[in-house]
Design a protein around this ligand. Structure first.
Ligand code: CP
Length: 306
């Protein structure tokens, strides 16, 4: 039984295999419609979510399985003091697989250590969000055709953005990927990513604060929102929240082939005026997320569909 805490829990060959399966599901949904008949997915969300929880649920339902769970710690026995470890021991008696989101870094790992069923980290604090990374990789591969030889800009809250941290870890395994990190100085990458991961592994990267200066050089622009829920004071959040706003004028500086991704939800950092630009693929990205989660559920439940 395997759990997924980080994108590094999957080799690049396994990632390719998952993306191939997800593409096959997209092309042949009927073939997979009963693959999980009789199976149950538990969604244990101690923190709010729209996309991740609903796409896990949609994924299991489209595979013929069923779902159960809670969508906030307030509606679970966490309010009475039950630990994550005890909760997963209980849920292991009911479900076949579980997706867990928690505000504390490492909480899904604590669950996985005692669980009788596979646990998928659906986002832990500012740490990691591996299924968002699978979604991002699949979007890039499907729309660009490859994951190597790319210049990838990551813009916004690089300090607290767990999707950024997970995606960097996954992308450094591909050949000739260069990063441009675009953030205000208060929201630069944490040193455990910049120094311990990128510098130590001789990965090419630049850190800048002006988006306009680097837009023409990017193949991918990964926008992120400023993570209000991780700030210690509201004043700092208010000062930084509109630091970047990607609009039509800025998009004129970008290559006609650049893709704009965003894990969503967006706040103000992408103007709705560029939603119809063919380079804006953040809503396509959401859909890829459901198919890659379907592929992941099949893999972790060791279900093969011929
Ligand atoms: N991208 C993402 O994790 O969205 P949710 O917070 O809505 O799940």
């Amino acid at each position: 039984m395997k759990s997924i805490m980080s994108p590094l829990d999957l080799s690049t060959a396994e990632l390719d295999e998952l993306m191939d399966t997800a593409e096959d599901i997209m092309a042949n949904p009927a073939k997979y419609a009963h693959a999980c008949d009789g199976r149950l997915l538990a969604t244990l969300f101690y923190e709010p979510s729209t996309r991740t929880r609903l796409s896990f649920e949609a994924a299991m339902l489209r595979l013929g399985g069923k779902t159960l769970g809670f969508h906030s710690s307030d509606s679970s026995s966490a309010t009475k003091g039950e630990t994550v470890a005890d909760t997963i021991r209980v849920v292991s008696s009911f479900a076949d697989i579980c997706a867990m989101r928690h505000p504390k870094e490492g909480a899904p790992m604590v669950a996985a250590a005692v669980s009788q069923i596979p646990v998928i980290n659906a986002g832990d604090g500012g740490h990691q969000h591996p299924t968002q990374t699978l979604t991002d990789l699949m979007t890039i591969r499907a729309l660009k055709g490859h994951l190597d030889n790319l210049t990838i800009g990551m813009c916004g809250d690089l300090m607290f953005g767990r999707t950024v941290h997970s995606l960097i870890r996954a992308l450094i395994r591909y050949e000739n990927v260069k990063f441009v990190f675009i953030s205000p100085k208060e929201l630069m990458l944490p040193s455990y990513i910049r120094d311990d991961l990128l510098t130590q592994n001789n990965i090419a990267f630049r850190e800048v604060s002006r988006l306009e200066d680097v837009l023409p050089s990017l193949d991918i622009l990964y926008m992120t929102r400023v993570q209000r829920e991780r700030f210690f004071n509201e004043e700092d959040y208010v000062r930084l929240k509109d630091f970047y706003i990607l609009d039509k004028k800025k998009m004129q500086l970008a290559s006609p082939d650049m893709l704009v991704l965003h894990p969503l939800p967006r706040v103000n950092e992408i103007s709705t005026e560029i939603d119809d630009d063919p380079r804006s693929v953040y809503f396509k990205q959401v859909r890829y997320g459901m198919f890659i989660r379907m592929a992941l559920i099949l893999k972790l439940l060791e279900i093969k569909v011929d």
